[in-house]
Ligand binder design. Structure first.
Ligand code: ADP
Length: 231
């Protein structure tokens, strides 16, 4: 498993490095003075440097999650307020694709959960970022909460491009992408959902996905109930 993982990492890093090499050498070999390509190639090299950065940042998150065997900082909090913070943080990226991110109707009341707040922020962030990356222009993302007796179910749903059923079992795998070029164009590392799964499993909870191509996707995860009185 370890060997496989390292193999995947080096492959993922090689692709942008190879592109950067190509653009920079072309510029050094005289392309610098060619007005038709110089700016464009620098821009492409810069984009690939950014991809490298995303991959390394996500790898750092994974390394941290694994090394610390996940010491969870459990506290009771209202997940609705956390969701509102995440929506606010992602407002600019949503706007860039003209996508509305909001709470589902009926989410007026508080939903207390007991979990690691910063880790769950990461989970919500990754899911909402994906709903924007793989959403339709002018689409909408909704975050809903459901009181299920023993736990709270949180759902992030979009009306985006959807995922074919044959891929559904794999989307949580490291570096798995349904459409590599789209994922790369959107700056994806292929690690976002594996980080999400890792965090939810550390909480001994579950995450599931249902999706229909061209209709949309819903990612749902459960969390233990918390209470306003006990922290
Ligand atoms: P990436 O960095 O590629 O976005 P993720 O682990 O976050 O990596 O997601 C894995 C793959 O699952 C994506 O490449 C994409 O093909 C698919 N995917 C994830 N979220 C969605 C979504 N909301 N709608 C459609 N496809 C999705």
């Amino acid at each position: 498993y370890r060997r496989n993982f390292l193999g995947n990492i080096s492959h993922e890093l090689k692709t942008p490095i190879f592109s950067i090499q190509g653009y920079i050498h072309t510029l050094l070999d005289g392309g610098l003075y060619d007005e038709k390509i110089n700016y464009d190639y620098l821009q492409r090299a810069a984009n690939n440097v950014e991809r490298l950065q995303t991959i390394v940042e996500d790898l750092e998150i994974i390394a941290r999650l694994e090394n610390e065997t996940m010491v969870l900082d459990l506290q009771s909090f209202d997940i609705k307020l956390l969701a509102l913070e995440v929506i606010e943080d992602l407002e600019m990226s949503a706007k860039a694709r003209n996508i509305t991110v909001s709470l589902k109707e009926g989410a007026e009341k508080s939903f207390w959960v007991r979990a690691d707040r910063e880790n769950i922020r990461q989970v919500l962030t990754n899911l909402v970022v994906n709903s924007i990356k793989y959403g339709q222009e002018s689409g909408r993302t909704k975050i809903g909460f459901y009181d299920m007796n023993d736990y709270v179910l949180v759902e992030v749903s979009d009306n985006g491009i959807g995922i074919e059923s044959k891929h559904l079992n794999h989307v949580f795998d490291r570096f798995y992408r349904v459409d590599k070029s789209r994922s790369r164009d959107q700056g994806g590392s292929g690690l976002g959902l594996s980080i999400v799964k890792h965090i939810i499993e550390a909480h001994k909870q579950t995450i599931t996905v249902r999706s229909t191509v061209n209709v949309g996707s819903t990612f749902g995860f459960t969390l233990a109930k918390g209470s306003a009185a006990v922290n």
